[in-house]
Design a protein around this ligand. Structure first.
Ligand SMILES: Cc1cc2nc3c(=O)[nH]c(=O)nc-3n(C[C@H](O)[C@H](O)[C@H](O)COP(=O)(O)OP(=O)(O)OC[C@H]3O[C@@H](n4cnc5c(N)ncnc54)[C@H](O)[C@@H]3O)c2cc1C
Length: 336
């Protein structure tokens, strides 16, 4: 059981900044995110786009903003459960919450702050008959620990950054040739990655199958072979240990809708007159995931909401103590 002061659901910009504001009050945070990297929409959807409305930054790349937030919260040593989705919540008789992920990891905290954005990012799964059977038996939609797959027979599907980045990674680290399968011959990934992958193909480290799709998965207990079908209908069988279909991620509010929270238009209703608390005392919602009259889905609004939420969180965690707001210019950063 992971125990903390504030359990944050979502490692997007707002979840990360919550750690900072909580840290200033000497509150410890643990963050859960369904994807394996911090950054939410900024890292997942638009890491290379410049943002122009972050105060003090005339322009900042979305990916750089996340890197800076991670640096800013370093002194407060947040811990993470990444690659797992917060699934259920239970309120105990002592008013603390136990949040369980889809992998069964248990987290306990007196305060939960949901910074879930548009919802947990879930892998887009191709429609293939036996795909559920082979999931975690050779079919992986996310790569949590790449070391597990070094020197294995790997097939990667997809034409975006994720597919090409991993194809490059494994072809450089692994002894085995990597197969990259894509349904067209135009890749959406960075130009550099596309150039590099074709270079590795000439070196024999990667085999690129364009205008092709995986059509059949074969194996007894786990994945052993994959059938690829080309646009012309030619079928190729490839022995394989792992198939990574990397077709992007789409957000789903999903399990949070079953937590007994008041939901309006796919967002969690909060009290914006005070602290962004939900209808369940002790559970707050900040950032894109919440709604209230006049709500704006902007990063800076989420930062403000998080700042307000942790003030009440402190009172819940330390009802007997009084906290006086001090400027960071006065108190500095007192990390853990
Ligand atoms: C193309 C584009 C451009 C944008 N440009 C701007 C801009 O210029 N300025 C601006 O202010 N805003 C901009 N935005 C909006 C901005 O990205 C959002 O306001 C911001 O990402 C909200 O941050 P967040 O932390 O609330 O949520 P998110 O960034 O969505 O992060 C939420 C995280 O929570 C996780 N999560 C959700 N549910 C669960 C669960 N049950 N279990 C585990 N994890 C969960 C998700 O996986 C995700 O990583 C833009 C958005 C897009 C798409």
């Amino acid at each position: 059981m992971i125990q903390t002061d504030i359990l944050i659901i979502g490692a997007g910009p707002v979840g990360l900044f919550t750690v900072f504001e909580a840290g200033l009050m000497q509150l410890r945070c643990h963050i859960i995110d369904s994807i394996t990297q911090a950054g939410g929409q900024l890292k997942e959807i638009y890491p290379k786009k410049p943002i122009y409305d972050i105060p003090g930054f005339p322009s900042v790349l979305a990916g750089d903003l996340i890197d800076n937030l991670e640096k800013q919260i370093e002194p407060f040593q947040p811990s993470y459960t990444l690659g797992e989705r917060a699934e259920t919540v239970e309120k105990l008789t002592d008013n603390t919450f136990v949040v369980t992920t889809n992998e069964g990891t248990l987290h306990k905290a007196p305060v939960v702050i949901i910074a879930g954005g548009l919802g947990s990012f879930e892998a887009r799964k191709p429609k293939l008959d036996s795909i559920t059977f082979f999931e975690k038996k050779g079919v992986e939609f996310m790569i949590k620990d790449p070391n597990l797959y070094l020197n294995k027979k790997i097939i990667i599907s997809g034409g975006g950054d994720s597919a090409l980045d991993w194809a490059l990674y494994f072809s450089e680290k692994s002894n085995e040739k990597i197969h990259l399968v894509h349904r067209s011959d135009s890749f959406r990934a960075h130009k550099d990655s596309v150039n590099n992958i074709y270079k590795l193909q000439t070196e024999g480290k990667v085999e690129i199958h364009t205008f092709s799709e995986v059509s059949l998965l074969k194996g007894k207990e786990r994945l052993e072979e994959i059938e690829i079908t080309t646009k012309e209908g030619v079928k190729i069988l490839l022995p394989t240990e792992y198939w990574f279909p990397l077709f992007g991620l789409s957000p789903k509010l999903g399990p949070l809708t079953h937590w007994g929270l008041e939901i309006k238009k796919n967002a969690i209703v909060v009290d914006n007159t005070l602290d962004y608390q939900t209808n369940i005392p002790g559970i707050f919602a900040v950032g894109d995931v919440n709604t209230y009259p006049g709500k704006l889905k902007l990063i800076l609004c989420g930062f403000h909401e998080a700042t307000m939420a942790v003030q009440t969180a402190y009172k819940i965690i330390y009802p007997e103590k009084k906290h006086t707001l001090k400027y960071t210019t006065v108190q500095g950063i007192n990390g853990f």
